[in-house]
Design a protein around this ligand. Sequence first.
Ligand code: PFF
Length: 450
Amino acid sequence: MKAKFSSKIGIIAATVGSAVGLGNIWRFPAEVQENGGAAFLLIYILCVFLLGVPVMLSEFSLGRAGGADAVGTFRKLTPGKPWWLIGLLGILASYIILCFYMVVAGWTLEYMIQSITGNLYQPVDGTDTAGSFTARMSQYIQSENTPLIYIYIMIALNLAILLGGVKKGIERISNILMPMLFLLLVIFCCVSLSLPGASGGVTFFFEPDFSKITPTVIINALGQAFFSLSLGMGVLITYASYFPKDSRLGRTAFTVSVLDLLVALMMGLIIFPAVVSFGLENESLRGLTLVFVTLPEVFNQMEFTTLWSSLFFLTLAVAAITSTISIAEVSVAFFQDRFRMSRAKACLCVLLPTVLFSTLCSRSLAAGSSLTVAEMTLFDFMDMLATNVMLPIGSLLMCIYAGWVIPRRLMLSQLTDNGTIRSHICTFILFCIRYIAPPAIIAIFVSSFL
Ligand code: PFF
């Protein structure tokens, strides 16, 4: 018997768990900052609803109709044809993401522990405060061995959850961790918004300057939306194969997208007011440094430094773990379904090699490392390959497949939940899947090479 999620809440918690991750907390605020603030936000919201939701619904429809892993779904829906290669591409992409995402997940844990012990806030000799956090970052992240221990703990936690299975592992842990994550974010929002001068940050985040909208801004917003919603890698096909037949696809896609957006908004409301309030807006706000250097500086200037810092990195670790389990589940389901493996064997086959690949990824960041590909560290290369190349190609092929290859009737019956919801909304969604999403995705892909 195919495993299924057991409740509507479980479906939402697990899928939101996959979507909400380091992409929302770590990548989104940096993208907003780099792409002109509120104008980016506006385009991002349009991308989520006009493109993200239709692509998500394509994946949901394929997964629920096929009822199998990412490769098996294509095989069932179009037997004897090579379309299953799309699923295989998704599995490969998700595996590459898993290996470098696990490295960042390890850092979140390391920062949490270093916050609890207070080490993070011990000044490093010979540096001022800002220099101190940069020095700490290289000490924690760029050293050869220290990060590995935390990465391995993260892998072990993933293994423990995944061994529990779909219902008792993924669904149960998501039901516990997701409400906790939302609660922590609400607390942080309240703290940040009550800082003196916070309104400057809110204005930056919410008052659009339309002159800032350029093709690059639009394309970056699209890329961020797809990454954040976990699209194009078979994650949502795999999760949808665990949806009971009577689940509501449209409602689920809408709820997941709204909650994912809400977390991104909350992160903006946490970071920008805090950064403005402490006068740090001129510092580099690029991904890594924003969360691992700028925020510790903010916490350092606040009362109860240890408490806020430990809770924040706990929030990050929680967000990371509910995403890594979903990324790993794509390959676990593949091994289980294709090779008829037991769950335990499949989990080991997926996670044991991750130990090696994540080690290499992490080592490639160490000073003087020779682990480089095409003049990039292995870490950056894997990120670039999966996020900028495989993810857009995967999403594009999935839209073409859902929109043009499988019978329109089958898609419409999935989208309307077997005729239970109004069909003109679904016809519009199918229109987006066929005519709007493919050219838009081609635009992101091409732009990533310009
Ligand atoms: N959506 C996750 C985040 O925002 O962090 C990242 C992610 C998960 C990307 C699963 C891709 C994926 F298949």
